[in-house]
Design a binder for this molecule. Sequence first.
Ligand SMILES: Cc1cc2nc3c(=O)[nH]c(=O)nc-3n(C[C@H](O)[C@H](O)[C@H](O)COP(=O)(O)O)c2cc1C
Length: 337
Amino acid sequence: MLEQRKSDHIRINLDQDVTSSLTTGLERYRFVHQAVPELDLAQVDTATALLGKTLRAPLLISSMTGGTERAQEINRRLARAAQLHGMAMGVGSQRAALLHPELADTFRVRDIAPDILLLANLGAVQLNYGFDVEHCREAVEMIGADALILHLNPLQEAVQPEGNVNFSGLLGKIEAICRTLGVPVIAKEVGWGISEQAARQLASAGVAAIDVAGGGGTSWSEVEKHRATTPAQRRIAGRFRAWGLPTAESLLMARRGAPNLPIIASGGLRDGIDAAKCIALGASAAGIARRFLRAAAISAEAAAEAAAETVAELRIAMFAAGAGNISALQQTPLLKD
Ligand SMILES: Cc1cc2nc3c(=O)[nH]c(=O)nc-3n(C[C@H](O)[C@H](O)[C@H](O)COP(=O)(O)O)c2cc1C
């Protein structure tokens, strides 16, 4: 069933329009164009550090997949692109591989991406359904990850037929994992955003970073709408298309709630210009799922090209905004409509 769900997810994301009816809010922000940037484009430095590792650009291929042959191919294409361009990458939820170890290879990419910041992934709610720190450790070791993402997806679980909906008492369990795992834990939503309150709670639980995964891009209630097994489930899921905190708003909220943590901005980011805006709004890095999934579904070359273009867009945005490096970009004020 888990394998079926994974192939459904890829197929639905590629074949259907599952975008949120929200926008990210980033369209309301603009850089002040600098006609006299006093920079050499070739010297613009996009390098940064995240969780102790150097990234050649502050970009992350967001957690997506694993568990099937197709997913393995996609993961390997994404990993090759990440290695080529010095980006970070997450794999999809590894629950299936913890339950069925023969699937572990579909998540493994270290052989082709030895240097990247690589992020393991599990649903935080699994901590209420039998998973503990040993499962978390196994997920990290399975792929040679540098850190573990615990994703928080209450709404997705609530609108899916087989959802795990007991989210009570999770914070204490997340705190225990942060204390005992031995690698950094990143808390991440899946497309509805992290509020100021949630950021404060997660910071006090000891997470090392927060990925807001806000609204305006892939909507998981829309994805689940296409997997519904009854008309009522389909109608209920469809009602949530406009739910969530737009990414720009969530980023600012998470910064207020967790001012001392690195915040990763993701959810509906289309390109390197959106990524640059997020960095200027206070993010340490920016994550993109959908664009890279579409490219990796075509070929390894298309995935590498999408990564190269995203970095080029970011670099040119920095150049035209007069920001020669990432800390200058973080200090660059944006105009708001
Ligand atoms: C096919 C697919 C599978 C995904 N699976 C996971 C997952 O297993 N774990 C997770 O944390 N997020 C998962 N996500 C969510 C993404 O990481 C991301 O937060 C979300 O899609 C919003 O980004 P986007 O608008 O750029 O697509 C998945 C996204 C896609 C498109």
